[in-house]
Design a protein around this ligand. Structure first.
Ligand code: GLC
Ligand code: CA
Length: 604
């Protein structure tokens, strides 16, 4: 069985046979970014351009972050009220999942107007205030850009479905059925399926054709072969850039195009040659005609200059384009950066590393080597979590050492070369809390797929600010229940505990921002045969080397970092960070790590 959250990752992990590559990586520029807004100095202007290169980006799920008006739903004013917390944590940018007007069937990913704010979340004036307060704290606000589909309530679609001759007809993907006649709708054009279950084709009686929807029926796919659609999105992008946003995260970007031949997709077979059945009870398809199709790169080559050309003295700095890019291998990921002449994304998500879902040293080592070598000088965007996947506890935890394992994950995320994406609540160790009864489910895929697919509510529960009944999230009735774990796992409790996970995240982010080798220094794998401990060195010209060792097991192990290919000699270490209570390691050839223990030291 394949669950839908698994399907969102689609073919991401199908790739096999990564060549073992020597761990030499070219290091980029060494200057630590100083983030000061709005000055005329050229050095500072250069830093404005580079602000994103070693950034920590924090994903806010606005519905669940902070409610200010007591309706149980988080809002923009709530995010503004929590900016000091985010500043304290050390984030450079926040990415908001969609806050545009929406019927909220897919909780904002079904947009009915791209140039306004949903009244549930506030007003455009609230948005402007959020951006300006964030910018005062040197935090950029990134918006979600959903270009694959709109809501079926969007004016474009209402027009499109009103008649076959409407000027908006060709903005969506309409087709006749197979064997359709004047009186018989026939069969859907082919076997393509929605990622959210069942056929991707919806019959529309009024104009007697099928429309295509990769996601819910209420999310019709736009037709990206129509130039008018391109122009509409350029206008939307400019609208938000003018309001001072720092960039966009492009949603479901690999699904923009479908194969024009409309050929059936292949059915995935198990080892006995039988079709794999997914959580919705459908045969699993291979995505070969509806995912990562030709045309996508040209669209991004066209959108990138829209961000690059934007110039504002009020909010200086690079506007960053992030991609939701679940891809089968590092080669496909590399293409998403584009070429020097035709750049595409600054930061397509590298799901190769964070979605391994198993603490396997060799796989992590290889994927990190890939990110450092195959992507060339491009910067990987690492992430372990988001609003579509069960949280870290559910995917990496063992139920006994979960906090230690969360420290391990944080270490890989924040001490590796790249930009780090942190999902709200992961910094305090929020746990996945799925609904236990079908009638409580809010995410429709959890209703369509119950009980095998429980939907994504479990990773979208309210942020746990304190130990009160609603965790400080709302004074009303929260839209999703506050997990019982909030009594112990919450910001307030962790702020006063120097050994908390929150303290760990803060310490790591501070190191990422202040240790010169952590700015853009290469990741060089050490002790490469070790199957229990993942170790690497960050190395940059003119900066002291820093070693990182992470124990992936529940055993106490001693590691010797002088054994690696890099062949470094036993030298003294200055501890920068270690698991609370762990012994201090003083030399490279003897680092003692307790269960899931972690160590960072500077080579003296
Ligand atoms: C992306 C979003 C997900 C949404 C889907 C359809 O995968 O992250 O939450 O349901 O696109 O827009
Ligand atoms: Ca509210």
């Amino acid at each position: 069985m394949i669950a839908a959250s698994e399907m969102l990752r689609r073919i991401a992990n199908c790739a096999a046979g990564f060549a073992l590559v020597a761990a030499a990586i070219a290091a980029g520029g060494q200057t630590a970014p100083v983030k000061k807004m709005g000055t005329a100095q050229s050095a500072e202007q250069a830093n404005e351009l580079d602000w994103w290169k070693n950034a920590v980006i924090y994903e806010v799920y606005p519905r669940s972050f902070q409610d200010m008006n007591g309706d149980g739903v988080g809002d923009l004013n709530g995010i503004t009220a929590r900016l000091d917390y985010l500043k304290e944590l050390g984030v450079d940018a926040i990415w908001l999942t969609p806050v545009y007007p929406s019927p909220h069937l897919d909780f904002g990913y079904d947009i009915s107007n791209y140039m306004d704010i949903d009244p549930e979340y506030g007003t455009l004036a609230d948005f402007d205030r959020l951006v300006s307060e964030a910018n005062k704290r040197h935090i950029r606000v990134l918006m979600d850009m959903v270009m694959n589909h709109t809501s079926d309530q969007h004016e474009w679609f209402l027009q499109s479905r009103s008649s076959r001759s409407n000027p908006y007809r060709d903005w969506y993907c309409w087709h006749d059925g197979k064997g359709q006649t004047a009186t018989d709708r026939g069969q859907p054009p082919n076997n393509w399926q929605s990622l959210f279950g069942h056929s991707a084709w919806q019959w529309d009686e009024k104009t007697r054709q099928y429309y295509y929807h990769k996601f819910y029926v209420q999310q019709p796919d736009l037709n990206w072969r129509n130039p008018a659609v391109h122009d509409a999105f350029k206008e939307i992008i400019a609208f938000w850039l003018k309001r001072g946003v720092g960039g966009f995260r492009f949603d479901a970007i690999t699904t923009l195009f479908e194969d024009p031949s409309l050929a059936d997709e292949g059915v995935v077979l198990d080892k006995d040659g039988k079709p794999v059945i997914n959580a919705f009870g459908d045969p699993q398809l291979d995505g070969s005609k509806t995912d990562n199709q030709p045309g996508l790169h040209e669209v991004m080559e066209e959108m990138r200059p829209e961000a690059d050309k934007f110039d504002s003295s009020e909010f200086p700095g690079t506007r960053v384009l992030i991609g939701e890019t679940y891809l089968p291998n590092i080669g496909e990921l590399k293409k998403m950066y584009g070429t020097p002449d035709k750049p595409e994304f600054h930061l397509p998500m590298d799901t190769q590393v964070g979605m391994i879902d198993k603490l396997d040293v060799a796989t992590f080592r290889q994927r990190l080597i890939d990110a450092g070598t195959h992507l060339g000088a491009h910067i990987p965007l690492l992430l372990f979590d988001n609003h579509d996947n069960p949280r870290i506890d559910a995917r990496y935890g063992d139920g006994v050492h979960d906090v230690d394992i969360q420290r391990v994950i944080a270490m890989i995320l924040l001490a590796s070369r790249g930009v780090a994406l942190v999902y709200y609540g992961d910094e305090i160790g929020m746990t996945t809390t799925p609904p236990t009864r079908k009638q409580d489910v809010k995410d429709p895929i959890g209703i369509i797929g119950w009980p095998k697919e429980k939907g994504r509510d479990g990773e979208r529960t309210p942020m746990q600010w304190d130990g009160t009944a609603n965790a400080g999230f709302t004074s009303g009735a929260p839209w999703l229940p506050v997990p019982p774990s909030a009594a112990a796992i919450n910001v307030q409790a962790e702020l006063s505990d120097p050994n908390s996970l929150l303290a760990w995240y803060k310490a790591l982010i501070r190191l990422k921002k202040t240790v010169p080798a952590f700015d853009s220094g290469a990741n060089i794998m050490l002790d490469p045969e070790n199957t229990k401990v993942l170790s690497w060195m960050r190395q940059a010209t003119g900066a002291p080397q820093v070693v990182v060792s992470v124990n992936f097991t529940a055993d106490t192990v001693t590691t010797d970092l002088t054994l690696g290919e890099a062949g470094i000699r036993p030298r003294e270490l200055k501890t920068l960070l270690k698991t609370p209570g762990a012994p201090d390691s003083a030399v490279l050839n003897r680092i003692v790590l307790g269960p899931y223990g972690v160590y960072i030291g500077e080579v003296q």
